[in-house]
Structure formats: C-alpha cells, structure tokens
Design a protein around this ligand. Structure first.
Ligand SMILES: [Fe+2]
Length: 367
C-alpha cells in the first residue's frame, strides 16, 4: 500500500491496482488547528456546504506527511499512516473478531474476575473480545450491594432503560406478569423481541441462589442457524424471509415489532435471531407456504431445545453474566422455592456500550 504523486494528483497504489484519490476526499480530511477541534476530533468546518470543485495546486510527500496546497487557499499536512488506515473501508475492530461456534461440548470457557478498576483494565478488553467471540461471558465476584448491576452496566456503557425500569428483579412471585417470575422451567428464548430496537445485551446478576435446580441454560443461535443453513436450506430460507409479529401489551403500552426468526444482513449473513414462541404470530399466508413455515419453525425449535446445543451451569451469588440477546438464547431449569431463595437482577445495554468500550480500551492499550 503506497501513496504516490503524479502531476499534482494523489494516487493510492495497492500493487495490483492504482487509483486516484479524489481531491475533495483529501480536502475533507484537513486537520490543522483551525479545521479540526483537537479535543473532540470534530470538524470546525462543514464540507457538505463547500463547493466541491476542489483542485490540488501543489502536492509533495515529506517525512510521512502529504503536504497539499488546495485551490481554495487551504494548505495542509496529512499523516500518511492515518490516511492509509481509511483505505480498508471497514470496521477493523468489532467485525475482525470472529464468532466462535459452540454447542454442549463447550468446555473450559474462561470466567473473568471482578476487581478494582476493572472497567479500565486490560482484563476488561479481553472480556469484551471473549464476549464477541462466544456471545456471552461470566464475571465472578461482582459486588451485589445497592443494585450494583446498574453501576456495572453504566461503567461499560449506559443502561438501556425499558418500561420494566432501569433494572428488574427475577424472583418467583405471586400473580406474575411473566413466566420469568415463576419457578417453572423456561425454554430457550431471546428477550423482548417486540421492541424496536430489541435490547442488544442482557446482563443477569446472581444475588442469591439457595435452590438445587434453577440452572441457567444457554444456546448459541449463531451455531444453530448456521448448521440449519447447511442441513436444511429450505427451512433456513423461509425462516429468514417471513416476518412475524411479536407483541407485548399491558395497561400502559402496546409494544409490537415484526421480524424474521433468522434476520440476515445485506450480505445474507447472520445478523440476529429472535425466538420467543409464546409471543410470535405469523401472518396469514398461502397454505402451502405456511406448511413449510410451520415445519421449519418446529425444526428450529427442536434444535434450540436439543441437549446437544445447550450448555447448563449454575450461577452462584456475585456471578454476573452478559449475553448477546441478538445471538444467544437463554433459559432456566425449574426449581423448588421451598429449598430457599433464588434471586437474580437483570438489565439491558446496547451494542454501542460494548463497542465504544472496546474501541476505547484498544486505543488506551494500543492493541
Ligand atoms: Fe429472558
């Protein structure tokens, strides 16, 4: 990768190809004191309001800097290494972390340990990388006093408040408005599929757990749907095409959103799963199509509920688990409340929190 000059034109030479860099693209990146605020790294001028007829009058390369005089009287010195970083045209931090597929054979996943200054530590960086690889992470020994979960969430990024509040308490209660507040087995699901956008990350913090059952269960929606794509492409296709309605109602609000059970991005790659079979309603479609859809959904449900795809473990007090609610399904085995209390606290954060923190820590530790 090289930047070259020819007749006051700037070229980007990749070896196999050589292309001219638009003069306006370079003019937008002028970063002298009067053009860029050093503290915020925000522009002090508005390129969208500028005349785009920008021409380079003179250009030269000196000691790693591209020195340019533009025809509007602006002279600049641009750092070549900084410019080259922009040529990959993609997110080099989050997308470069490859998702690892896992099922019930997943063993020895690293648990992290909370300590002082945790949120600014190298450990936090490693934790976030692991989170993006596996879609979940467990941190031991996280303080439980004064709803510390909210503090934890706000130290990674910001709590995503919902109509359930800043955080919620998961313990069995009489007259529950959600099965989470019973002692029943909870099959694998993703949370809040009826929100727009769906909360990205769920945090669960164990405060008390004196029962023999009540194990936490996790299933990797990414692994399951990638396997389905290979084994039953027809089922995969219909589940990634038909949008279904998810709805939540109570006295104060009606939440509704429509989505495929397997949501793909523009490149037809995995983006998000939603699964909450007590809340999904497929539209009235042709009988043949619905035949196919119902068979496909049953297949997906069997895979999500299969022991082969599930890991099971017990959260003990002070354990805090972060789960990618767009990727990993969670559930719980039943328990007997007469054996003692089981009390978890939960809250949500969005991907801007973890992404922002990870980028910051990479910058801080020069990783
Ligand atoms: Fe849940």
């Amino acid at each position: 990768m090289k930047i070259e000059l020819e007749n006051n034109k700037v070229f980007f030479n990749k070896g196999s190809t050589k292309q001219e860099i638009h003069p306006f693209w370079l003019r937008e990146r002028v970063d002298g004191d009067e053009f860029l605020d050093k503290g915020t790294q925000q522009r002090l001028f508005d390129p969208s309001a500028m005349n785009s007829e920008i021409i380079i009058k003179k250009a030269q390369i000196n000691n790693g800097f591209l020195e340019i005089n533009f025809n509007d009287g602006v002279n600049s010195k641009l750092n070549l290494n900084k410019l080259k970083l922009e040529f990959s045209n993609k997110d080099t931090i989050i997308k470069s972390i490859l998702k690892k597929k896992w099922n019930s054979s997943l063993k020895n996943i690293k648990n992290f340990e909370y300590k002082e200054n945790f949120f600014e530590s190298r450990e936090m960086h490693d934790l976030l990388v692991s989170f993006y690889e596996y879609g979940f992470v467990v941190i031991k020994n996280v303080p439980t006093e004064n709803n510390f979960i909210v503090n934890f969430a706000n130290s990674v990024g910001s709590v995503r408040r919902t109509n359930f509040g800043e955080h919620f308490n998961v313990k069995s209660k009489s007259n529950p408005n959600d099965l989470a507040y019973t002692t029943l087995h909870l099959s694998p699901h993703t949370d809040n599929p009826y929100r727009n956008p769906v909360p990205c990350i769920q945090i669960l913090h164990c405060i008390e757990n004196k029962v023999k059952g009540g194990f936490s269960t996790l299933v990797d929606g990414y692994t399951v749907t990638e396997n389905l794509k290979k084994e039953d492409p027809k089922a995969y296709k219909i589940l990634s095409e038909i949008k279904v309605r998810f709805k939540f109602t109570d006295r104060k609000v009606v939440l509704e959103d429509w989505s495929e059970l397997i949501h793909l991005d523009n490149n037809k790659e995995f983006k998000q799963v939603r699964f909450s079979p007590r809340l999904d309603y497929v539209p009235m479609l042709e009988k043949k199509k619905l035949d196919l859809y119902y068979k496909a959904r049953k297949k997906l449900s069997d895979l999500y509920n299969s022991e082969k795809n599930r890991i099971e473990f017990k959260l003990i007090p002070k354990d805090l688990m972060m789960m990618d609610n767009h990727r990993v399904l969670h559930g719980r085995t039943k328990f007997n409340p007469e054996e003692g209390n089981r009390f978890l606290q939960g809250c949500y954060i969005d991907f801007d929190s973890t992404e922002g923190k990870l980028r910051h820590l990479k910058r801080k530790f020069n990783i």
